[in-house]
Every structure is written in structure tokens, then in C-alpha cells.
Design a protein around this ligand. Sequence first.
Ligand code: LMR
Length: 396
Amino acid sequence: MFDVLDQAPPDAILGLNEQFKADPRPGKINLGVGVYKDAQNQTPVLESVKTAESRILETEKSKGYLAIPGSVEYGELVRALLFGHEHEILQANRAATAHTPGGTGALRVAADFLKRKFPGTSIWLSDPTWANHKAIFGAAGVATQSYPYYDHATKSLDFDAMTAALREAPAGDAVLLHGCCHNPSGKDPNAEQWAALAELLTERGLLPVFDFAYQGFGDGLTEDATGLRAFATPGREMLVCSSFSKNFGLYNERVGALTIVGADAGATERAFSHVKISIRANYSNPPAHGGAVVQTILADTELRAQWEAELAAMRGRINEMRSRFVETLAAKGVSQDFSFIAEQKGMFSFSGLNPDQVQRLRDEHAIYIVGSGRINVAGMTPENMGPLCDAIAAVL
Ligand code: LMR
């Protein structure tokens, strides 16, 4: 049977990572996959994570299955991180959380839930968006549409075009929003625009689905939840897909969460019963370790403070690299204006490099960038900054 199969294309992001690993050239630079690197070009295990892991090792008594949605305490802590401890959503008991394998797992469960219970619903994705969004919803059988988002000419959010398209979306459709640190553009709506979007989606009867993979990488844990919280008004429904890969550095533990917010406690409970059916038919119940680490850190005042400091340091380093990149390119005599990169948020920016320039960077300079020109700023270091900017100056 398999003999007739053709070769599938490599994944746009993870496939590139494999190519990078196999590249024997010394001094190669990886600005492809969204993974944080420290100044020594390492992806460190956070100290708060190490401490939590040693506690878990000492106290863990069983490897028995978790419940289908994972631990109850994990869910409570995730919801407090999203909305704040005192939020009406928490008081009214109208949110429920499933611990999922990564943010991808959360998106897939959300997609299965939509397909199962709202088969006519399409989901609207930003143009551009994370390369995997279309594949995840497509694999679950959910139709995808796209709304304009980034204006390549002005290097900014095209809010008018975005809202004009969403105004035409049929009631009952879902809209995927990047909670913060838009992947791939690094451009987010401001507080006023978030408020206007919340109003528009409510008015049009559209379901917001947040992909929230970078909380804390933009301006701070609370600041980065501005968009999400603009939607969190009484009676409003939404889905939130969290990832803890980046902000806890737990990439290979696959830890994330799907939070479903209903209009009231009863509706949430009923909707969540269907989410559990989707999970059971998918991966049955979540892997425990990553979730236990997140839970241990968030529940402990000291560990949480340590984690927040480590997160702030990662954020600070990325922002420093953004400014340094802009300065170094200018110092190398590049006349093109790259100042927009210093203003964008999170790990990613659109460099504006075209596919030919991206290819030349890879072939001639062993620098790996996603084909769209997206660069992972978190892969820049003081050491690779010079060679990187020399190479970019050479291909421009
Ligand atoms: C990325 O966009 O590079 C990350 O979210 C990693 C991934 O899974 O693609």
C-alpha cells in the first residue's frame, strides 16, 4: 500500500529546524523555529522549573492516569493567570479548563469541539498567521477563512481592513485572535483596537478563539492579557488556547490548556462535557509532568516570583536584541529602514526579506529564516549579531 505514496513536503517551521541541525557549517544561525535562546545561544531550563521538578521528584507518589481534563488545581491556576484572581468569569464559575499537550493540542481539541458541535462553523484566521493554524483546523474538518491583518507596505496592522472583513463574517463563525505577540508579524492591536474588536465580534455574533502562546513575552503577564480581558465581559463566550512552551521554556514537555468560557456555569459545564469527549477520542488524558511543573510554580509564592523574574529577563533580552539589530544594520551601512523591528512584540518579526533573499541567506551564509521572511529575534545573540547583519547587508 505504501509504495504508491509520494513524498510529503517538510513542515515549514519544524522541517527547517531539521535542515538546520543537519547543516555542518560552523557559525550557522537559526532564526527559524520560535524557541528562546539566551546570550550563550542555549535554550535553558529555567531555575524555577528545575526547583519545581526536584520537588515533584521527591513528592510524586503515583504515575496513575490524570482525569481527562487534567488536574483541577492546574485549571484554576491557568484561569487566574488568564483573567486575574478576582475576575467575574472565575466568580461566576463560567470557565472550565482542560490541560492539553501544548498549545497545538489545545487548538486541535478546540477544532474538534467546533466541528463536532457546530459543523457549519468556519474559523477566520489572520493573514498572515502561524503556519500550523490552517493545518490544525483543516485536519479537524473545520473550514478556514482569512481576514487581512498585516500591511507589508506600512509594516503595521491594517485594522480597517481587518474589521471590514470581520464585519462580513456570518454570525456563528469563529475568529482566531493571537492574544499577544502576533506570530509571525510581532504586531498587536492596541487597547482601543482590542475593545473595538470585542464590540464588533459581540455585535456580529462571532466566537473569539484566542491563541495565547506568548503571555509575558510582550510587555508583561497582565499587560499581555489586555486583549483577552477586553473580551471577558459578563455573558460573553470564548475559547482560549494557552501554551506554556515559551513562557516556562517547557517546549518538549508539551504543556498547554484549553479554557472554555460560557455565558453561565450551566452552559459551560455542558460545553465542557463535549470537550472531554473530544479529548478522550484524541489522546485520552494529558501527560502529567509539564502540567505538574506549571502547577507547582504558579501555586508557590516564591517559585512564582522567581519564574516571573526569569520571564522578565527573557523579555528584556529579546527587546535588547531588537534594538541592537536595528542599530547594527544601520552601522553596517544598510540604508533600508528597519526601525519597525524595535517596536514589534514577542519573539517574531517580519524582516521584509523576500524569498530569494531568505534562500541566499541559507545557501550562502548558513542563516535559517522561515520562507515568509519571519525572523525569530530570540535566536539573536551579541555574538551572532555582527555576522547576521553582515549577511543581511550582503543579500539586500
Ligand atoms: C513557531 O512558530 O516557530 C513555534 O510556535 C514552534 C512551532 O511549533 O511552529
